[in-house]
Unconditional design. Structure first.
Length: 303
């Protein structure tokens, strides 16, 4: 047991060293240069270490079923790894980017869809997926002086977990950890804040099955449940990288829960709606999506 604990402690220290390297990178080079250098890590992950390469290619084949050739799917997956690595560098840069710089780095359309409900006294459930530089999206919201909290999972490495949350807090983002998720989310929404969360991972048996690229996918009910129980709207958002390493963010019209509707039907409707919006963006920008996750791992129960 003692040897095992030492190995875990050593691995955690190595992981922390890797995170600190990424944080230091933008302090040595300009942000745009650091981001481009970060893309090399993505190439290494895909072509050298081949981290979940097979899973990514299988997911692309399932999602697009013949739209792309094998060579095209490989090129899309490779760019996806590059984009993901660049996004990690941008996340590591949150403590360095000045508040006034976000307007240049992150352009926003549909801002009224997010600000409108807040001005009316509602909290907002902001939903996106593992698409583009999602941490930068959240920091861009906070930089516009909007009250935003992230619902985050706890990393098994507490040293890395604390460092990641420190970066978010440095960008003006509040933290709600999943251990107190329901209580923290409801409190935040009732105070008229934005709760931002990712809702596109396999939810196992706790999820509701909605179509994602034509295949039923177990999807977290959290966003719809929070909206239904508080009356707050869901606002979907996506962030797209441009060639100059700036980003375009789009906020979609609010999805309000229908008063008096049956809970289960409404949870399904809202979950299906926000999943469909994400799917539309993934279809348009497939190289922005994190294909390495086993999205369709859980299968619907057969009767």
């Amino acid at each position: 047991m003692a040897v095992k604990n030492l190995r875990i402690a050593f691995r955690h220290r190595l992981e922390l060293a890797g995170v600190r390297f990424l944080i230091a990178l933008p302090r040595v080079f300009p942000l745009r240069t650091s981001v481009k250098l970060g893309g090399l890590l993505g190439l290494a992950g895909f072509d050298v270490f081949r981290i979940r390469r097979r899973v990514s290619l299988e997911n692309l084949d399932r999602a697009f079923s013949g739209r792309f050739t094998a060579r095209e799917r490989t090129a899309i997956a490779r760019r996806s790894y590059v984009n993901f690595a660049k996004s990690i560098v941008e996340f590591a840069s949150l403590g360095r980017i000045k508040k006034g710089e976000y307007g240049r780095i992150v352009r926003v359309s549909g801002f009224e869809h997010l600000a409108g409900p807040l001005e009316s006294g509602h909290g907002v459930v902001a939903v996106t997926g593992h698409f583009g530089s999602w941490e930068l999206l959240g920091a861009g919201i906070a930089a516009r002086d909007l009250p935003v909290d992230f619902l985050v999972g706890e990393q098994s490495n507490s040293l890395v977990n604390d460092t990641m949350n420190g970066l978010r807090r440095a960008a003006g983002i509040g933290i709600i950890e999943r251990g107190v998720a329901a209580r923290g989310v409801f409190d935040s929404l009732r105070r008229g804040r934005i709760v931002a969360l990712l809702a596109d991972q396999d939810a196992r048996r706790a999820g509701v099955f909605v179509d994602f690229f034509g295949t039923p996918a177990s999807t977290f009910q959290g966003p719809a449940q929070f909206a239904f129980r508080t009356g707050c709207p869901i606002v979907c958002c996506c962030i797209v990288r441009r060639g100059d390493e700036t980003h375009d963010v789009t906020f979609f019209p609010p999805l309000y829960p229908r008063g008096g509707a049956a809970r289960d039907a409404e949870v399904f409707r809202l979950t299906e709606a926000h999943t469909k919006i994400l799917e539309g963006y993934v279809r348009e920008y497939p190289d922005h999506y994190f294909w390495a996750h086993r999205r369709w791992k859980t299968k619907p129960a057969t009767s």
